[in-house]
Design a protein around this ligand. Sequence first.
Ligand SMILES: [Zn+2]
Ligand SMILES: [Zn+2]
Length: 112
Amino acid sequence: MGKPECSTCHRLIPDGLLACRDCTLDRSRAALFDYQRAPLRRVLEEGGELVVRHVGASRHVQMFGGYDFTFCTLRIPDTAHRTRVIVGSDAVKQLCADCQLEMARVLKAAYD
Ligand SMILES: [Zn+2]
Ligand SMILES: [Zn+2]
């Protein structure tokens, strides 16, 4: 009898797991980014604010919807300092480059 294999990536599913961990993570990541599209677009069009969290030495943009993740998918500790920046201001350019890249990618998808 063969071991269970993931129907998506064809890797073996580890004992005790019902689904392939890698694919589950990929799917929830994709869903998380899909969810960011509408609020990010709205904030951009209305000139709203982004929530900035200080994690490590950088300032990152927190995802919308109360998720404890930055756009570059770091988990945000509860204690991380919180500030806000206005979309389109120079302050945004000082933020984490990966966060800016991911936001641009999400927005591109929103307008495609
Ligand atoms: Zn898989
Ligand atoms: Zn970041």
